[in-house]
Design a protein around this ligand. Structure first.
Ligand code: ATP
Ligand code: MG
Length: 209
């Protein structure tokens, strides 16, 4: 985290990866928590094209998921959306993304933000040893997903820092279920996102605005 060649402080960039199907306030608060508590300068939201661990899921088309992310982050100038995994196509492995970012922005430090449901999966991530060499992880706890860092191999555990986020029992799965069954998802997603979902009838929603 020390000065780079130019003498300036390195930019600290959070990577918020996810399917975002759809993006919700849990994602936004996780990113804001990491930004605020871990001294990040920006958080880059990177929607996955095809998630490795969800293969088989049909899911919403990538352009729609990206459009909703862009609407969701519009009011926070430190958040950006990066469609690099969508542009690369195929299964989205975090290591490919991080290697590309590292090469493109050697002057930045990258911090990969993950919810507690994914922390225990880390040893199974594709080329995890290379990934842990390039990024640190910022973990945020999800309700009913207790974290036990002690179960992780030391090489991974030492790269994970937890940030304290108010627990939010919100998931995209639950939101999709609500929309499909005619229930409201208002306030679980930003107003702009909710409006877009309802107006476009996304996720099988029917005029519940
Ligand atoms: P799904 O139910 O479809 O899996 P999700 O709500 O888990 O959706 P993802 O796109 O899978 O959302 O998650 C992207 C990232 O955000 C993951 O690291 C996940 O752990 C984290 N995350 C999602 N929801 C929350 C939440 N409510 N609190 C903290 N982190 C969250
Ligand atoms: Mg998930």
């Amino acid at each position: 985290n020390q000065a780079s060649q130019g003498g300036g402080r390195k930019q600290q960039i959070g990577i918020m990866g996810g399917t975002f199907d759809p993006v919700h306030v849990g994602h936004l608060l996780a990113a804001e928590t990491a930004l605020d508590q871990c001294g990040l300068d920006q958080v880059w939201f990177i929607p996955t094209n095809v998630p490795p661990l969800k293969a088989g899921d049909q899911g919403t088309d990538a352009e729609t998921r990206l459009r909703l992310v862009r609407l969701a982050i519009k009011s926070q100038p430190r958040f950006q959306a990066l469609p690099i995994e969508l542009e690369r196509g195929g299964v989205s492995y975090s290591i490919d993304t991080v290697e590309a970012l590292h090469a493109a922005y050697p002057e930045h430090d990258f911090h990969y933000i993950i919810g507690s449901d994914r922390i225990h999966d880390l040893p199974q991530w594709h080329r995890i040893d290379e990934l842990t060499a390039l990024v640190r992880f910022i973990g945020v706890e999800r309700p009913n997903e207790p974290v036990d860092l002690a179960v992780l191999p030391e090489a991974i555990r030492t790269r994970v820092t937890m940030a304290a986020m108010p627990p939010m029992g919100i998931s995209s799965t639950d939101i999709r279920q609500r929309l499909l069954t005619g229930q409201s998802a208002r306030y679980l997603v930003p107003d702009t996102v909710y409006h877009e979902i309802i107006v476009e009838g996304l996720y099988g929603s029917r005029s519940h605005y």
